[in-house]
Ligand binder design. Structure first.
Ligand code: CIZ
Ligand code: SF4
Length: 304
C-alpha cells in the first residue's frame, strides 16, 4: 500500500465513524479533490452541506468558506484542516472599515462578495458570489451601492449592469498574476481556443475573454462550448477538475503562476488529523451568524 493509499483508507474509516462529509473547493489539491463528497464553489458546497445529515463537515477550502458553512449549518461541526488557510482578499476588509465607509454614504446599500469575514457579511445587506454578482446588483433600486472587497469583480459588475458602484481597494493576489500578455501568447499558440476567465482577474484580462464567470460557470462554459481547446484564467487547481470531468477537451492554464498558496494547505495528513482530534473547528457566534445569514438569504432569494 502506498503512503497515500494508507492515508486515504485511514481517513475514510474515521470519516464513517464521525459521520463526516468532505466538502472540497475547486482550487484544492488533486488528491484532496479525489476524496470529496462534493467539489464545487463556496456557496454550492455550503448549500449541499445543508442537505446532508452528516454531523461533521470537513471543509477543504479557506477560512471564509468554512465560516459560510457554519452560518448555513449551525448544528454541524465545521472543521478546517489547516486553520491558517485564509484568503488575503477577504482579509482586506474588516467590519470596522466597512462601518466607516457606510457612515460616509448613509443612504447606501452594501453588497459584499462571499470572500469576506462573517463580521463583514453581518454588516452587509446582500451577499453575492462571482456567479451572481451581476444578478444581485441588477435587482437593486438604490442609487448608492457599496461593493466590497474585490475591485475587479466590482468593476466587472458595474460594467455589466451599467451602474456606478462604490468600490473597495481589495483584490486577489493570485488572480492578478494572470496578465494580458499571457492571454496574447496562448491565443497565438492556440488560435482556435476559447478564453474563459474568473472576474477576479484584472479588467484588461476580463476584456480579452470570451466569457467571464465563476468557477462553476467555467465548468458549464467548458462543457457547452463547441471549442475543443480552452484557455482558463483562474487558480490552476481548477484544471484538475476540468480535465477529470471533460477529458475530451484540452485545457491550458492562462498562467502557471496563478497558484493560491492558502488553498494548497489542506493536505490529506491534515484532513486525517482534524478528524482524529476533532480540532480546528470554525464556529460563527450566534449574533454575527444571524445577521450574516440574512445577507446570504437575500442573495439566495434573488437567485430563485
Ligand atoms: O466562491 C467561490 O468558491 C470562489 C472564491 C470562487 C468561485 O468563483 O467559485
Ligand atoms: Fe482568496 Fe484569491 Fe485564494 Fe480565492 S484564489 S482564496 S480569492 S487569495
Amino acid at each position: 500500500m502506498s503512503k497515500n493509499e494508507k492515508l486515504i483508507s485511514d481517513i475514510l474509516k474515521l470519516k464513517k465513524e464521525r459521520k463526516a462529509v468532505f466538502l472540497v473547493h475547486n482550487y484544492q489539491l488533486p488528491e484532496v479533490q479525489d476524496i470529496a463528497d462534493f467539489v464545487g464553489d463556496s456557496l454550492g458546497l455550503s448549500q449541499s452541506a445543508v442537505k446532508t445529515d452528516a454531523k461533521v463537515i470537513v471543509f477543504c477550502g479557506v477560512h471564509f468558506m468554512a465560516e459560510t458553512a457554519s452560518i448555513l449549518c449551525p448544528d454541524k461541526i465545521v472543521l478546517l484542516p489547516d486553520l491558517s488557510s485564509g484568503c488575503p482578499m477577504a482579509d482586506m476588509i474588516t467590519a470596522d472599515s466597512l462601518r466607516k465607509l457606510k457612515n460616509l454614504h448613509p443612504n447606501s446599500i452594501v453588497v459584499s462578495y462571499v470572500n469576506t469575514p462573517a463580521e463583514v457579511k453581518a454588516e452587509s445587506d446582500y451577499c453575492c458570489t462571482s456567479g451572481n454578482a451581476v444578478k444581485v446588483v441588477e435587482k437593486l433600486i438604490n442609487k448608492e451601492i457599496i461593493f466590497v472587497p474585490d475591485k475587479y469583480l466590482g468593476s466587472f459588475t458595474a460594467k455589466k449592469t451599467g451602474k456606478e458602484l462604490i468600490l473597495w481597494n481589495g483584490y486577489c493576489p493570485t488572480h492578478l498574476k494572470i496578465l494580458p500578455e499571457d492571454i496574447i501568447k496562448l491565443k497565438s499558440k492556440h488560435p482556435s481556443a476559447k478564453v474563459v476567465v474568473h472576474p477576479e482577474c484584472r479588467s484588461d484580462v476580463c476584456d480579452m475573454a470570451d466569457e467571464v464567470t465563476s468557477t462553476e460557470g467555467i465548468i458549464r462554459f467548458s462543457k457547452t462550448t463547441t471549442s475543443k481547446e480552452i484557455i482558463v484564467g483562474t487558480e490552476v487547481g481548477m484544471l484538475y477538475r476540468l480535465k477529470k470531468e471533460i477529458p475530451e477537451k484540452v485545457f491550458y492554464p492562462a498562467s502557471e503562476l496563478a497558484v493560491c498558496p492558502n488553498m494548497k494547505k489542506n493536505t490529506l495528513e491534515k484532513v486525517l488529523w482534524a478528524l482524529e482530534e476533532m480540532k480546528n473547528e470554525i464556529k460563527v457566534p450566534d449574533d454575527i451568524r444571524e445577521k450574516a445569514k440574512k445577507s446570504i438569504d437575500r442573495m439566495i432569494e434573488i437567485g430563485r
